[in-house]
Ligand binder design. Structure first.
Ligand code: SAM
Length: 276
């Protein structure tokens, strides 16, 4: 049975291609590439003459079908993206899913990925992290999305483009406050590689001062929540407190725990007592 190889390529530094990736790319019958012109340059550099075909967001369904048919007919195919690991914020998921569904063997040829390169130099906890890819573009959607991650305790990893970087960091400050550590990993493995480790507030100042250049490719890594902020259900909390305490004491304690107004909680406690 022929094979679909999922091959990682460099994220900037051509020396990061693996020996195995070179061999597989030269041995397969066809390379499915996100951008054939881009990959042609890599192949020229590696002196590899394998044929290329386009596989990108706009032809994923159709191309997946024909690539899987080719593999079933005895051709080995390698999937690559413009940079790093295919499927990681890049096309490939449909192809691999179809391969799995149809019993086609899929083999990884691991190598560079910006998220792992960034995580391993960030200095943030790496035992538990969540990779979110690119963030929503619109402010409201971005704020809602980040607010929903407020209690995440592991490191949060995002891909970001230079033209949205400042807005995103401002939103981090609005949603998470200025004190969490934010690592900005820029142009990894390239000539102008830069990794900034500072609080969110200091990072914003570094950008304003021109110490972090807002150009190139970025991974943002945000420290997770250190202390869980409980998401109190006020009615449930008051019900428990009222089983032991008078109304005003229950309202006072609920107010201290939730940060809610004592008057409002008192009214809610009265209604619970009445059985409303
Ligand atoms: N498949 C790639 C991978 O494995 O990392 C990611 C592709 S995604 C379309 C491109 C994004 O990855 C960039 O916008 C940037 O956020 C991040 N990225 C890629 N190369 C990078 C680099 N050398 N330094 C920092 N971030 C990079």
């Amino acid at each position: 049975m022929s094979i679909l190889y999922v091959v990682a390529t460099p994220i900037g530094n051509l020396e990061d291609i693996t020996e195995r990736a070179k061999r597989i790319l030269s041995e397969v019958d066809l390379i499915a590439a996100e951008d054939t012109r881009h990959t042609a340059k890599l192949l020229a550099h590696l002196n590899i003459r394998t044929s290329l075909t386009a596989y990108h967001d706009h032809n994923e369904s159709r191309a997946s079908r024909s690539l899987i048919d080719m593999i079933k007919n005895g051709k080995d195919v390698a999937l690559v993206s413009d940079a790093g690991t295919p499927l990681i914020a890049d096309p490939g998921y449909r192809l691999v899913k179809l391969a799995r569904e149809e019993g086609v063997k899929v083999v990884p040829v691991p190598g560079p990925s910006a998220l792992i390169a960034a995580l391993c130099v960030a200095g943030l906890p790496s035992d538990k992290f969540t990779y979110y890819g690119f963030l929503p573009a619109k402010s409201k959607a971005l704020e809602d999305f980040l607010t929903a991650q407020k209690n995440e305790t592991g490191t949060l990893v995002f891909y970001e483009s230079p033209h949205r970087l400042v807005k995103t960091i401002e939103m981090f400050e609005r949603v998470f406050g200025g004190d969490r550590t934010l690592v900005v990993a820029r142009e990894l493995t390239k000539k102008f590689e830069q990794v900034s480790f500072a609080t969110i507030g200091e990072t914003r100042q570094r950008i304003e001062a021109g110490e972090i250049t807002v150009k190139g490719e970025f991974v943002l890594l945000l420290q997770g929540q250190q202390k869980i902020e409980p998401n109190w259900d006020e009615r449930e909390l008051l019900t428990v407190l009222l089983s032991e305490l008078p109304i005003s004491k229950a309202a006072e304690i609920a107010s201290r725990l939730t940060g809610g107004a004592k008057k409002t909680l008192y009214k809610l406690a009265v209604s619970i007592k009445k059985g409303d």
